[in-house]
Design a protein around this ligand. Structure first.
Ligand code: FE
Length: 333
């Protein structure tokens, strides 16, 4: 006859085994659309058997939903773009840190939260673009110089309501201080050729159409339009190569505070910072891998290499409120 204790131990082990099996699932709330994430998740499922469920929506409702679900939360991970948004999620208290040597090794510290609440996965540069018909690249130098008289009536910008421009402005405040940044932004507003646009594509198209000569956009929008039309009379310029470098932002991911499957979610994030996933994830949207050991696609590499601003991107969040107020004072709508 079996003594009582070992039998209980066997039962307990069986139950634990059952729990571990059920945990082989990860739920992701994503503000990135299906086509940008599904191939990456499919590759992970093929490799590990872990099922990944995801829903997509805009970042604000996803963050509100995580907050509202609280302790009954179903999402393990929040996947979104821009350090400004990830920082907002951090401030809302809906994330928790992931402590991982793998992530720390794969992703440079300036592309992660110092709290470990989120990590960058892919990088995009918010850079200057110009008309190849009306601008010589030698005429360009820095973001700041777009405030010069030379560009009066020749600049196109996207709305200040977009977090991308808020993050760009926030990092400028960090570098130059508020007074000088305000002067620069006022100069940009003075140089606008037309009202601000609702998206980056419209800025590129306005330059192609002759409505303005220079603009500031994220690189992947340029990549997409250039793919559709290789004759596009617009090119990328890498500013500030003699000083702080090009403004870089990211897409990133964070573990939710009440994640039902924290261990499985951590493993997925670790894998997403590794070689196979980095390549897939960055190439799909013509972005740069956040892991510096992974090379960008040939298409992206063809834009040329550049010095990136080494400022920690979480500055975009920390100074977001200041940036919004400054842009408003400067008349950037
Ligand atoms: Fe975008």
């Amino acid at each position: 006859m079996l003594p009582r204790k070992p039998l209980l131990a066997v039962l307990a082990l069986t139950l634990l085994g059952g729990t571990a099996q059920a945990a082989d699932e990860v739920v992701v709330y994503s503000s990135r659309i299906d086509e940008l994430i599904k191939p990456v998740f499919d590759a992970y499922t093929a490799k590990t058997g872990t099922q990944i469920k995801f829903i997509t929506d805009k970042e604000a409702p996803l963050m509100q939903r995580i907050k509202a679900e609280g302790e009954n939360g179903v999402a393990d991970l929040l996947l979104t773009v821009d350090a400004g948004n990830l920082w907002q999620a951090e401030q809302m208290g809906i994330l928790q840190p992931i402590k991982s040597d793998i992530i720390d090794k794969n992703i440079p510290p300036q592309y992660r939260a110092s709290s470990h609440d989120w990590t960058g996965l892919s990088l995009r540069a918010r850079t200057i673009i110009y008309s190849t018909e009306r601008v010589k690249p030698e005429e360009l130098s820095t973001y700041e110089a777009l405030a010069d008289k030379q560009w009066e009536g020749r600049l196109c910008l996207r709305t200040a309501k977009k977090v991308y421009n808020q993050s760009l402005t926030a990092t400028m405040i960090e570098t130059h201080g508020e007074a000088k940044t305000e002067q620069i932004i006022k100069g940009w507003v003075n140089n606008l050729s037309t009202d601000v646009f609702s998206d980056d594509n419209a800025v590129i198209q306005a330059i192609a159409a002759g409505q303005c000569d220079v603009g500031v956009v994220n690189t992947y929008y340029y990549g997409r339009l250039h793919n559709q039309n290789p004759q596009l009379p617009v090119k990328i310029f890498w500013p500030n190569q003699g000083d702080r470098g090009v403004h870089v932002n990211l897409s990133g991911i964070g573990l939710t505070k009440h994640a039902p499957h924290p261990e499985a979610a951590k493993k997925l994030v670790e894998w997403m910072t590794g070689e196979q996933a980095q390549k897939l994830f960055a190439d799909i949207n013509q972005e740069f891998p956040a892991n510096p050991k992974v090379k960008p696609s040939d298409e992206v590499a063809a834009w040329g290499s550049f010095k990136a601003d080494s400022i920690p991107v979480e500055v975009a969040g920390k100074r977001q409120a200041e940036a919004i107020r400054l842009m408003d004072r400067a008349g950037w709508n």
